[in-house]
Design a protein around this ligand. Structure first.
Ligand code: SF4
Ligand code: SF4
Length: 200
């Protein structure tokens, strides 16, 4: 191509762009849906009776490459139960100043307590507000759920509990009477790692 046509070719690129459909989104007035597997903010899930799935094991914190998660475990007692099993997450924080939304914490969680939502509007101009607490991260109570602490209400044994919670009827499923629940945790061995993964 002759040298003098170089600028013309350059302007040609500019003109072609001028007539292409603009991909600008008028955010925040217009919000596009994310892809289903988009990594948004986290959520701490519940069992269908409202108990928390988090057992305070800290595996998510150890898996996090950005050191963004802080967990303190607490002991459940027959009179004050927050999760099925022996332990629950008494303190749970995610620091969104550090989090890179990689999802490794979700992969590490043995009970599927921790998942990621499609919500991406987590920006803030306060450092304090970007440290999300357990109360902010916990999934809301759905119909049929009860605010912990309370006994396990899905079936008479722990096996019943986990199989109903994983594959039984959805939220709002029938509640068992308190006296049927296994409160001393002796049947914990019945629990299969990964129970509950079906309702991810
Ligand atoms: S998404 Fe990644 S960076 Fe964020 S808390 Fe989980 S493991 Fe850490
Ligand atoms: S969210 Fe999962 S991995 Fe993290 S402490 Fe709770 S149970 Fe353990």
């Amino acid at each position: 191509m002759p040298e003098f046509l170089g600028p013309v070719k350059g302007f040609g690129v500019t003109f072609r762009q001028m007539f292409k459909k603009v991909d600008t989104v008028e955010y925040p007035e217009v919000k596009r849906d994310t892809e289903p597997r988009f990594h948004g903010r986290h959520q701490l899930n519940r069992w269908p009776d409202g108990l928390e799935k988090c057992i305070g094991c800290e595996l998510c914190a150890w898996a996090c490459p950005a050191d963004a998660i802080y967990v303190e475990g607490g002991d459940n007692s027959p009179g004050e139960r927050y999760s099925p099993g022996e332990r629950y997450g008494s303190v749970y924080q995610i620091n969104y100043l550090r989090c890179i939304l990689c999802g490794l914490c979700v992969e590490a969680c043995p009970t599927r307590a921790l998942t990621m939502t499609n919500e991406y509007e987590i920006a803030d101009d306060s450092r304090e507000n970007l440290i999300w607490t357990k109360e902010q991260l916990l999934a809301p109570l759905e119909e049929g759920m009860e605010q912990p602490p309370h006994p396990m209400r899905l079936g008479k044994t722990e096996r019943d509990y986990y199989s109903r919670g994983a594959g039984g009827p959805g939220p709002g499923r029938e509640a068992e009477p308190e006296d049927g629940a296994d409160e001393d945790g002796t049947e914990a061995a019945n629990w299969a790692p990964g129970a509950g993964k079906a309702d991810r």
